[in-house]
Design a protein around this ligand. Structure first.
Ligand code: SAM
Length: 275
């Protein structure tokens, strides 16, 4: 394994700072710097880019992002035990690493970006990953503050994000992600790549914002997908009864006998805009 910087190997860092992984913080660390570089490269060129990383932990992905010449990197970490380790990385890359000790769910990412689109890269804590993604997909203004999201999820969640009609993973998350972004799974990461290993395979997902998503209010889209997928085995005339049922479906030119999983993102948006 080739070194990407002159900082100590991550295993030594974990031992020196006694960073034993805490389950409550979703800590599954990546110690292979070649793998963390592969994840960072999925975001495309980082030259001259401001990157925001959520949950740097002992800094494997952080070091990869900096080694690939990101102009600035802002990291948000909840676990105070990681701060001295991150401070060492900041010393190695003067004036480029900004460390925020806090909860990513409480950060204002638009303010952090400061008017210039950022790339967000993260090996996310699984317990907050989906909520963060939904927040990034649903800002009040569009385009968002990010030009790409490169995120690690449990494979099953990744499949729901990129799912298309007819796919068994297709549901509310797929419609939301498909409405506002183009999402793809870049590659899978096996449990053994993490310390400690999680129970399931993970996947790195890359999302870029759509320039002109279908103009519809997010809360209406949410209402339709909630009703439709809440009873996914039923015909839409039944599952959408409280929102107008057959009348609404006829206005949208959709056969009332169809089921939620067959509708395209555009058809969902069209239905929502008629509410
Ligand atoms: N990026 C590191 C890596 O790849 O080895 C650590 C990844 S680990 C899956 C998730 C990290 O997110 C942990 O360092 C954890 O302390 C941190 N974390 C958990 N909840 C968080 C939150 N709400 N806000 C910010 N960081 C959080």
């Amino acid at each position: 394994m080739s070194a990407i910087d002159d900082l100590p190997p991550l295993r030594e860092v974990l031992a020196e700072y006694e960073l034993n992984a805490k389950k409550a913080l979703g800590q599954n660390f990546l110690l292979d710097l070649n793998l963390t570089q592969k994840i960072a490269r999925t975001a495309g060129s980082l030259e001259g880019v401001h990157v925001i990383e959520v949950g740097p932990g002992p800094g494997g992905l952080t070091r990869a992002i900096l080694s690939l010449n990101a102009e600035r990197l802002t990291v948000i970490e909840r676990d105070g035990r990681c701060l001295p380790v991150l401070a060492k990385i900041a010393e190695r890359y003067p004036e480029r690493l900004e460390i925020i000790n806090g909860d990513a769910l409480e950060q204002d990412f638009t303010a952090l970006a400061g008017g210039k689109p950022v790339k967000i890269i993260a090996n996310l804590p699984y317990n907050v990953g989906t909520q963060l993604l939904v927040n990034w997909l649903l800002p009040s203004g569009w385009p968002p503050c990010w030009q790409s999201l490169t995120l690690m999820f449990q494979k099953e969640v990744a499949q729901r994000i990129v799912a298309r009609p007819g796919d068994k993973h297709y549901g509310r998350l797929g419609v939301l992600a498909g409405w506002r972004s183009e999402a793809r799974i870049a590659f899978d990461v096996p449990p053994q790549a993490f310390t400690p290993p999680p129970k399931v395979t993970s996947s790195v997902v890359n999302l870029t914002p759509r320039a002109r998503p279908f103009p519809v209010a997010a809360d209406k889209l949410e209402k339709v997908t909630q009703a439709a997928f809440g009873q996914r085995r039923k015909m839409l005339r039944q599952s959408l009864k409280s929102l107008g049922g057959e009348t609404l479906l006829e206005k949208a030119g959709i056969d009332p006998k169809r089921r939620a999983e067959t509708l395209s993102v555009e058809e969902f948006c069209n239905l929502a805009s008629l509410l």
